[in-house]
Ligand binder design. Structure first.
Ligand SMILES: [Zn+2]
Length: 485
């Protein structure tokens, strides 16, 4: 009891801290957002807010750079969106490499999920239930609605929190920028509490989306209960998700009643869900040889939900611990079972690359790529291998296609810069590095790169003006958006 009390005080303290911290940053004036309807911010402004936030967040959060896992989360997220009332279809679901159990929504269509939550979910439907809930916060425009509300009630603390997000996104005050970026990221992750009414709406509409997409809606109360039991088991280590989503007996009961009333056509759990989890386990910070032994034991004892996924994790752990012969064996078994699964071909090629057999690796990639030229995961892995083996020109073609498909991934621009540089096109390399820095929230470095590109553009008028236009756009983002009444 005392412990519970202490913990809630601590939680309240943490929240208060994050509520008050940004207030010290400045005398903050919220931008004039017009009338207090839900339309205080236009969808276009909201999108820009989200994009700006993402760039800032890349400086303070550990974005997971694993194309396979990100692609899985994006696909799962878009499946949910397609069963929602969202008019906006551009969503970006991304993964943060953090063992705590958490997920969060950013205005404009961005939903982040921690690796800890993916591992804590006991079924794909549980993971989907959290994504559906967070997606609903975005679709129902809960943050703009809170801004409107905070203006009406003149709640200083909430206004300050939201202003700090807006401030960070406007890039106001270069000196304070880093601090604000950190604060706003922390706020969104830990401190930004929606009202109980908005939480209830996210649960209710989120569950509708969940069922519509063919997931068992009971997964939502099941996840809540799971969180509650984790909480009981480990009093000192409250899942982050619970800080912003207090799970009460009422909330669970409401969710369960609602689930009873929903009809749904259940689709089987995807094998990808288990593959992603196995990969996360294989890539955990612990000793890879130890992890490999764990997988081996599970396989021997039949302790798994998906045999292929368990073997996949085993092979990845073997690769990490540089046991190439064993890894190669497991990779071959998998590829024989499912010859068209590109993740297995990438695995096989990566094993050969790590073992120094680059010819074999490139042959695996080339044959798989011929069959699936649009698979983003395969394409990027192939491009990386081409880059490493000095085939920059070939790599550049693939990376350009990848960038076109996913223009918001800074890692791809870095690869493009390397490919362009190696291929002897420095101007293109500077352009790509500029986009890399820009997406990573470093506009000054981006401008430096663009200036270097301008010098190389010579008297190519068309190129000069497109570079100048890009410079103007980035400079405008850096200018505080004040005076815009
Ligand atoms: Zn919520």
């Amino acid at each position: 009891m005392l412990q519970t009390l202490l913990r809630s005080l601590l939680t309240a303290g943490l929240l208060l801290q994050s509520l008050l911290a940004p207030a010290r940053a400045n005398n903050i004036n919220l931008p004039d957002l017009g009338d207090e309807s839900a339309a205080v911010i236009s969808p276009a402004q909201e999108r820009k807010l989200g994009e700006d936030f993402m760039r800032q967040a890349r400086q303070s959060l550990a974005f997971l750079d694993d194309p396979e896992i990100n692609d899985y989360i994006q696909t799962l997220g878009l499946k949910l969106v397609s069963h929602s009332a969202a008019t906006q279809k551009e969503f970006r679901f991304f993964v943060i490499n953090d063992p705590t159990i958490n997920a969060f929504a950013v205005p404009g269509g961005f939903v982040g999920v921690h690796t800890g939550l993916i591992l804590a979910a006991q079924s794909e439907a549980e993971l989907a239930s959290v994504l559906a809930h967070e997606t609903t916060h975005v679709i129902q425009r809960h943050i703009p609605r809170m801004i409107a509300e905070s203006q009406r009630l003149n709640t200083q603390a909430l206004a300050a929190v939201l202003a700090s997000i807006l401030l960070a996104s406007s890039g106001r005050g270069q000196g304070a920028e880093a601090g604000i970026a950190l604060t706003s990221a922390a706020v969104t992750q830990k401190g930004l509490n929606y009202s109980r009414a908005l939480e209830e709406e996210a649960d209710r509409l989120g569950m509708g989306i969940l069922a519509g997409a063919g997931f068992d809606p009971h997964a939502m109360p099941a996840f809540f209960e799971h969180m509650q039991s984790l909480n009981r088991l480990n009093e000192s280590n409250l899942p982050e998700f619970l800080r912003t989503h207090p799970v009460t007996t009422n909330r669970i009961a409401d969710a369960r009643n609602r689930a009873e009333q929903l009809t749904y056509r259940q689709t089987p759990e995807s094998s990808e869900f288990h593959h992603v989890r196995a990969k996360l386990r294989a890539l955990a910070a612990d000793n890879p040889a130890e992890i490999a032994r764990g997988f081996k034991e599970n396989l021997a004892q039949g302790k798994y939900r998906d045999a292929d996924a368990e073997r996949y994790g085993y092979a990845l752990a073997l690769l990490r611990s540089r046991q190439f012969a064993e890894a190669r064996d497991e990779g071959r078994k998998l590829a024989e079972r499912r010859p068209n699964k590109n993740a297995y071909r990438v695995l096989q090629a990566e094993i050969e690359m790590a073992a120094g057999k680059t010819g074999e690796a490139l042959a695996v990639y080339a044959s798989a790529y011929k069959k699936a030229p649009n698979d983003p995961v395969l394409r990027r892995a192939y491009a990386e291998a081409l880059l490493k083996t000095g085939q920059a020109r070939e790599a550049k073609v693939l990376i350009k296609a990848a960038v076109q498909q996913q223009p918001d991934d800074p890692a791809l621009y870095k690869m493009l810069a390397q490919a362009a540089g190696d291929a002897g096109v420095p101007l293109e390399a500077h352009q790509a590095m500029a986009e890399h820095y820009h997406l990573n929230g470093n506009p000054k470095a981006a401008l430096d790169q663009l200036q270097l590109a301008v010098r190389l553009a010579g008297d190519n008028f068309y190129l000069q003006s497109s570079l100048e236009a890009r410079i103007v756009t980035i400079k405008e983002e850096m200018i505080p958006s004040q005076g815009k009444k």
